[in-house]
Design a protein around this ligand. Structure first.
Ligand code: DLL
Length: 435
């Protein structure tokens, strides 16, 4: 039997969940219309009135919100309640334009932490666990979200924040951490650092990891599981909807259950905005059903995934989303071919390389250049030119088969590509810098 934080709701029947969603959406739309002038204008422009929304089936009548709306409404334009009712903000780490600032009431924080507690318990967590939170604390939501969730479960919480790898390892070993929470790229780095210090995977007490905030492949999952000797669970979320815990993996590891009592999910065609049937790939759109501080309706995430309602062996009934298969704005078009960074990572790990790589795209003489820097693992390392060329040629061929175009591969010495402590920067698209 699975381990639940709120069993009744996590395993509720479809009818019960729909009933909750229908009740919440009617109230939420009325509340937003009355309290958020920015969204009221969008509804008025579309000719939709709150009374047109009687159930979640009617959500498709509502206008979308995009990141551009959030920037335009910065900072208070989408606030759903008096500022005096809010107790916290978080903000995204966006590199361009204005940051997005999300507001939370105490009730919002409680619900968010409950969602994270569900994720921790789905990964086998109990009040006997020691949870090492190595996501960043501060404006980023990763640290406080998992920290709050660990408290709700009653775990001993190690509020490490990201970075300072020596200290992470010291506390992990001395305080017998059993669950690790951080980005997958940092988990891979911690695995590598433990091995360097002479620790074997069985030397630590970790049993599970809860990793998210950036895309990672099944190949990456296996690499991390092996190096740390754990089971690695995915967790998804975004600042705009609260943070981590919008969805999470259970032991079946075939997608992440979306906390449907709080978030209504749709998948749309990113070009036309049309709602797509279950099982079809498209852009994920979320409606917060009970957020007070920052109640976004139909927020376009740009994350591409598939939803499924196939019965799950864990007993949870909430809809599952696949791992995001990239973002609609993450996709690179190189010499006319669509390329996702996740495809590149899958090839590298399948061919036995470490997850340390960087993709550099540029444009020279009106032609796209496409270079991938990849580290040798210490075992593969060779300084014989013929060996290096043969390996680079083989990797180029494997990439060509997967992507349809061949990048220039540069094999570099172990430990020369900068390690990430938070979200890894895998792609440098210099074309965007020139444009
Ligand atoms: O990354 C929240 C989070 C923290 C999630 C810790 C999981 C763990 P943002 O910084 O606003 O919030 O970034 C949100 O990150 O739209 C996705 O593109 C990406 N993302 C988040 N989780 C995953 C995941 C946090 N598990 C953006 N797999 C989202 C792939 C993810 N991408």
């Amino acid at each position: 039997m699975s381990n639940y934080y709120q069993k009744e709701i996590e395993t509720a029947s479809r009818e019960e969940i729909l009933k909750i969603q229908n009740e919440k959406i009617v109230k939420q739309v009325r509340h937003v219309y009355d309290n958020v002038p920015y969204y009221r204008n969008l509804m008025d422009q579309k000719g939709v009135k709150p009374e047109d929304i009687q159930s979640v089936d009617d959500i498709k009548k509502l206008p979308f919100l995009s990141k551009d709306d959030l920037r335009e409404a910065y900072p208070y334009g989408l606030l759903g309640t008096d500022l005096k009712n809010c107790v916290r903000i978080h903000s995204t780490s966006g590199t361009t334009g204005k940051r997005v600032v999300a507001f939370y009431t105490q009730k919002d924080i409680d619900i968010w932490e409950e969602c994270c507690a569900r994720a921790i318990m789905a990964a086998g967590g109990t009040n006997e666990d020691v949870v090492q939170v190595a996501y960043g604390y501060g404006l980023f939501t990763g640290g406080s979200g998992l920290h709050g969730g660990a408290h709700k479960v009653g775990c001993l919480t190690l509020p490490m924040s990201s970075g300072n790898t020596d200290r992470q390892i010291q506390f992990m070993m001395d305080l017998n951490a059993t669950i690790l929470c951080c980005t997958p790229s940092y988990a891979a780095y911690l695995g590598e650092s433990l091995a360097e210090r002479g620790y074997k995977p069985e030397d630590n007490k970790l049993k599970a990891g809860i990793f998210g905030a950036e895309p990672w492949t099944e190949e990456m999952r296996r690499t991390i599981e092996k190096s740390l000797g754990i089971k690695a669970y995915d967790i998804y979320g975004l600042t705009e909807t609260s943070g981590p815990g919008v969805s999470f993996e259970c032991e079946e590891q075939t997608g992440m259950h979306i906390n449907e009592d709080h978030f209504y999910a749709e998948v749309i065609d990113p070009k036309t905005g049309e709602v797509l049937p279950e099982g079809t790939k498209g852009e994920l759109v979320f409606t917060s059903l009970d957020k007070e501080g920052f109640p976004l309706l139909r927020y376009r995430t740009k994350d591409i995934c598939i939803l499924t309602r196939k019965k799950c062996s864990c007993g949870r009934t909430h809809v599952k989303m696949t791992k995001p298969m990239g973002r609609s704005d993450d996709m690179m078009i190189i010499r006319g071919v669509n390329v996702f960074p996740s495809q590149i990572e899958a090839v590298l790990l399948k061919e036995g390389y470490t997850p340390n790589y960087q993709i550099i795209v540029d444009r020279k003489n009106n032609t796209d250049t496409f270079d991938i820097y990849v580290e040798f693992s210490p075992e593969q390392f060779s300084d014989k030119i013929a060996d290096v060329q043969a390996r680079e040629g083989a990797l180029n061929a494997a990439m060509r088969t997967m992507l349809g175009i061949g990048p220039k591969i540069h094999l570099v010495a172990p430990k020369t590509i900068t390690r990430s402590e938070g979200k890894a920067v895998r792609v440098v698209d210099k074309r965007k810098l020139h444009d």
